[in-house]
Design a protein around this ligand. Structure first.
Ligand code: ADP
Length: 599
């Protein structure tokens, strides 16, 4: 990849409005500079234009009195035409430079943001507050926010040049007039600053309601809830929630906008009044001849044409809102990443070996109690484990710690005697293969659902072990058949069949530790038991960890760990645990009827 197309380096530093200029310049130096130059020259042309137009009018008046046009008229007319021509060409060139900048930002800035996003540690994706921040920063990953900030920065400089020039002309005629206008503009500056911050804050607040609006729209209109909608008529409840969220978001937005418009219009009114005042002040020098008729007309026209207050406030308002965006960007880029690089250079994933948990403690960020507390255990290579326990006992959390999605608050996890952070995420993802409760249903072909684009040899045995052979035979194009509802010729699978696809995906991978975190909810207890039997038979050379709250399905495990409130309260084989007559045997007895048919 060449430097121009490689993702932009975005180190975790403090980002500010300066980066509104440096990021576009680094992405597309030529386009960014052309864009800025076109606008800055145009700004400088405004006061020069006023002088030229003034001279032209004066020359025209002189010609009328003389009865014939003098050469000045033609000279100034040519200049006026040149200025108009420049403004016209500028529009076209500016659009092209802007387009080039957009493309460069998309290529380099967006790629950098997306890369960062995919590398974020799982805990940030899982956490609501950081998830909202991620959404805000990446909501317009095409560089929209950066480009808007760049435009605002240039507008501000243009504004200073444009108004500064006009004020300089004014000051040369009436010395205090320029100062009076600056004083009035300072008032509108603070209003603009406050308005921009308020608006970004409102967007932050409103985001949580937008999230609800999105969710309830899906419930009301989406496919997932279609069955329940038909059966339970959830429409009323969802509609009520949708309306509340929508109204709240709308009200907040409207209130912020109305406040901003009210203060902006007030500022506009004050300054319009000031301009009229300045023009009245110019009447005296006009009468005395200190200012020519032409300059008086040109200045009056320039000032009234310029939406000085409104434009200025919009720019400052925009910049202040951009500054809030850069605060978000700073936090986003400083968020920790999943362990991407191993602590020491090493080839391949860890070999099949021991996984030792030493005195693990963990609470979720913001959680008020430990979910895992003082847990120690050693998983031996090649053995089959089951982790059982009531809902909320901490089973899934333990898997997240084991696989490195979360780091424990204290204690350690050793894989083959080395701490987990000794390995990179690429190594861990080849060491573990996990089927999660909420596994994904990829709307691609069955084959791609299993391999996910990786090539690791034949997958037939995984399909057989997951009980999918019949499904493959039934599908019109076998493994190449698209599954799901996306493709026209796609074949949708039942809930249980989708679960088997997820299990086959885990089985097909050469990972030496396979974890199944209750992916079998759509299967009946007996089918689940049969599937686990099969699973064990084909995973002889691997360590397996099954998680289930259905104890019958897990009794074939070599070792069963009973988890309660984040601790292992019992462990042993099914028979040993039954003999102990503790929590496990009580739970097993209460579920016995589920398996009566199979025993
Ligand atoms: P199990 O898998 O045994 O049902 P979990 O590990 O999913 O239990 O959850 C254990 C506890 O941690 C529960 O009280 C649950 O509410 C809490 N918990 C789970 N996931 C999160 C999360 N992402 N953020 C905060 N708390 C969580």
């Amino acid at each position: 990849m060449s430097a121009r197309t490689s993702p932009l380096e975005l180190p975790p530093v403090t980002y500010s409005i300066i980066h509104a200029i440096t990021i576009p310049v680094r992405c597309a130096p030529g386009a960014a500079l052309v864009y800025a130059l076109l606008d800055l020259v145009s700004a400088a042309v405004t006061p020069i234009g006023a002088l030229v137009v003034g001279r032209f009018i004066d020359a025209a008046i002189a010609s009328v009195s003389a009865g014939a046009p003098n050469s000045d008229v033609w000279r100034y007319l040519a200049l006026v035409a040149a200025i108009a021509g420049y403004q016209w060409v500028r529009q076209a060139l500016r659009t092209m430079a802007d387009l080039r900048l957009t493309l460069a930002l998309r290529e380099r800035y967006r790629t950098a943001l997306t890369l960062k996003r995919t590398r974020l540690a799982y805990r940030y994706v899982d956490d609501d507050a950081t998830w909202d921040l991620i959404q805000r920063v990446a909501v317009d990953p095409e560089g929209g926010a950066i480009k808007a900030a760049y435009h605002h920065a240039i507008e501000l400089v243009s504004f200073v040049i444009k108004v500064g020039g006009l004020l300089a002309i004014l000051t040369s005629i009436v010395w205090w007039a320029g100062a009076a206008v600056v004083a009035i503009s300072a008032l509108t500056l603070t209003t603009g600053l406050r308005g921009g911050k308020r608006q970004y804050d409102a967007e932050r607040r409103v985001a949580q309601f937008d999230k609800r609006v999105d969710y309830f729209s899906k419930v009301l209109l989406g496919r997932d809830a279609a069955e329940e909608r038909a059966l339970f008529g959830v429409t009323q409840v969802a509609d009520r929630h949708w309306r509340v969220a929508f109204d709240t978001a709308m009200r907040d937005r409207i209130v912020t906008r109305v406040r901003w418009y009210a203060s902006a219009y007030l500022g506009n009114l004050i300054t319009q009044g000031a301009w009229i005042f300045v023009m009245i002040v110019l009447l005296r020098p006009l009468a005395s001849g200190a200012v020519s008729t032409g300059l008086f007309i040109a200045l009056t026209q320039a000032f009234t044409n310029l939406d000085i207050v409104w434009g200025f406030m919009q720019t400052v308002h925009g910049l202040s809102s951009d500054a809030e965006f850069f605060k978000d960007l700073t936090v986003f880029l400083s968020l920790g990443e999943a362990r991407s690089a191993p602590a020491c250079a090493m080839e391949g994933p860890p070999a099949l070996g021991e996984i030792e948990l030493r005195d693990l403690c963990f609470s979720y960020p913001g959680g008020d109690r430990p979910v895992i507390s003082g847990l120690s255990y050693t998983f031996r290579p090649g053995r089959h484990y089951a982790i059982v326990g009531a809902n909320g006992a901490g089973k899934t959390t333990l898997v997240r710690l084991l696989t490195g999605l979360y780091d424990p608050d204290s204690g350690s996890i050793l894989v083959n005697g080395k701490p987990l952070d000794h390995y990179g995420s690429a190594q861990l993802s080849r060491f573990y293969s996990v089927v999660y409760q909420n596994f994904s249903r990829y709307q691609v072909s069955l084959g791609d659902n299993i391999t996910l684009g990786d090539s690791f040899g034949p997958i037939e045995y995984a399909l057989r072990a997951a009980g999918l052979s019949e499904v493959v035979e039934r599908l019109p194009r076998g493994l190449d058949t698209p599954i799901g509802k996306l493709e026209e010729d796609g074949v949708d699978l039942s809930g249980g069949e989708w679960q088997r696809v997820a299990i086959a995906r885990a089985l097909a991978r050469p990972a030496v530790v396979k974890i199944l975190d209750e992916p079998t909810a759509a299967l009946d207890p007996i089918a689940e038991s049969e599937l686990y039997d099969l699973f064990h038979r084909v995973t002889e050379e691997t360590t397996t960890i099954l998680i289930s709250h259905r104890l019958g399905a897990t009794r074939i495990a070599d070792e069963i760990l009973v988890l309660d409130e984040g601790r292992i309260v019992e462990s042993g084989s099914h028979d040993e645990l039954m003999r102990q007559a503790g929590l496990y045997s009580r739970m097993f007895e209460s579920q016995r009827s589920w398996y009566e048919a199979s025993t």
